[in-house]
Design a protein around this ligand. Sequence first.
Ligand code: NAI
Ligand code: 15L
Length: 273
Amino acid sequence: MSAPSSPLRMPRLLLTGAAGGLGKVLRERLRPYAEVLRVSDIASLAPAAGSHEEVVPCDLADKKAVDALVAGCDAIVHLGGVSVERPFEEVLEANIKGVFHIYEAARRHGVKRVVFASSNHVIGFYRQTEHIDAHAARRPDGYYGLSKSFGEDVAQFYFDRWGIETVSIRIGSSFPEPANRRMMSTWLSYRDLTALVEKSLFTPGVKHTVVYGMSANRDVWWDNSAAAHLGFVPQDSSEIFRAKVEAQPPVAPTDPNAIYQGGGFTAQGPFGD
Ligand code: NAI
Ligand code: 15L
């Protein structure tokens, strides 16, 4: 089947983490934006759906394999890696080495645009009473948040040194619906995620832009004015789920989920003591 057309289209787009929750969503929804979508993961992937897809298994910790993975691609949507708080050694391999390998390969192969799935956990230790923009000092809430903070630094370095442009999307909580009270503020619908990735891929001159990935929720903690040039206007809101979420038992005021923007991530670990 031929891919649906879009005026915004490139020859070959790489999607890492394509077997994951968001990877499965974007594998479908990014299809109009590339002649060929190269999908990759360390986990097993559904076979290529047609000539518009290439399936390339890869461990992001393997530098040579990542170099081959990136060869021939025009842009990268980098979702792959550990996506929750885990022991540092796991985060080191998949996320820290992984993001370095992606940018090294981008440099070697002349890829000029990366969309990096960063996370709200780079600023997770801000309180829910605080309002911050992209310039607020980072306050990572664990090894996972540290790895995303490193990824944002790598993105800035590869722009300053090599001119590779990146949009780092500090995704809030992107799931079919908000699962709890905290996510009423952090929720990012799949439709808004897709629109933000599109803007991140095709807006000219983004340099290294940091944007918060959230829908037009009623009570938000993040200010996206520093990313206004992306022209991202979210269409959805968590408000339609409010009654369902507020029917859940109340969260104690001393619970990190009620205090910190990063919620429960701020209280995880250490591992293996
Ligand atoms: P996920 O855990 O479902 O998907 C991540 C994928 O990366 C998995 O399929 C996994 O197999 C793959 N992966 C892990 N280690 C790998 C390695 N060494 N080599 C190659 N692939 C590897 O996570 P999800 O929810 O789809 O998130 C996608 C990205 O967005 C992640 O980078 C995550 O940190 C980020 N993000 C997601 C949020 C959300 O609400 N879903 C919020 C904030 C950030
Ligand atoms: C993340 O960074 C995780 O990848 C995701 O699984 C959610 O936990 C999300 O943050 C969140 O903060 O809700």
